[in-house]
Design a protein around this ligand. Structure first.
Ligand code: DC
Length: 232
């Protein structure tokens, strides 16, 4: 049987969302990007002028904000529409100001508690590809298949840089690389649910591989997991 709960974790810009979405489409599963939830909390905090350093206020916000994932209603390249308390924040959560502030927000234990509980509820329904940092380790440790998708810092910075240039932003590669390093550092060293490979996750390094090549390898991993399950 094809694994029903698939967790893909890995560092920023390792290709999790691109690959996760393609995989979900091929399997006709739900695609769920858990990072979006931390981004929504960050974007709403910034919009309401709540200081990111105010852990109590940011945690209260995470506990109360309503996050909705809807099919893409606007044909502007979005994967889906994301609403915070009914307001469209699909693009706001991708802004650089959110990128820079999201790691400290996601390090707050109370924020993680609120988000992980919702993610777990969604994941346990099955037929899902969920991507993030701690899906295989904390949110869904019982996932049927766990993949840890990685790439070198330079490759990830290059991907993020090209994405931003394509969006018409003025950025420098060196700055993007510095920001990626800073996020890696915070995401991997926080005390609650740090980014790390689950012991039973399959490690996949996508450095130098095209999207098609990574997808092909992921599909092979999925097929082999299904075979192992059939044989046991
Ligand atoms: O995958 P992303 O870049 O959209 O994630 C944004 C931030 O959210 C990232 O810096 C770490 C955090 N995150 C997390 O802590 N746990 C997850 N499961 C997903 C994301």
């Amino acid at each position: 049987m094809t694994p029903s709960i698939i967790a893909i974790d890995g560092p920023a810009a390792s290709g999790k969302s691109t690959i996760g979405e393609l995989l979900a489409r091929k399997l006709e599963y739900l695609y769920f990007d858990s990072g979006v939830m931390y981004r929504v909390v960050t974007a709403v905090a910034l919009a309401r002028s709540i200081p990111i350093s105010d852990e109590v206020a940011v945690t209260r916000l995470a506990e109360n904000v309503r996050i909705d994932f809807l099919p893409a209603q606007v044909p502007d390249g979005r994967q889906f529409t994301i609403q915070a308390d009914g307001r469209d924040v699909t693009w706001a959560i991708r802004e650089r100001i959110v990128d820079v502030n999201v790691s400290p927000v996601s390090a707050y234990p109370g924020v993680r508690r609120a988000m992980s509980a919702q993610q777990r509820r969604i994941g346990l329904k099955g037929r899902v590809v969920m991507v993030g940092r701690d899906i295989g380790t904390v949110v869904l440790p019982e996932a049927d298949l766990k993949i840890y998708l990685d790439a070198t810092e330079e490759e990830r910075a290059r991907r993020r840089y090209l994405e931003r240039v394509a969006r018409g932003e003025e950025v420098e590669y060196e700055q993007v690389l510095r920001e990626i390093r800073r996020r890696d550092e915070i995401d991997s060293s926080r005390s609650v649910a740090p980014l790390k490979k689950a012991d039973d996750a399959v490690y996949l390094d996508s450095t130098g591989l095209s999207v098609a090549q990574v997808t092909e390898r992921v599909m092979a991993i999925v097929a082999s997991a299904a075979r192992v399950e059939r044989e046991t």
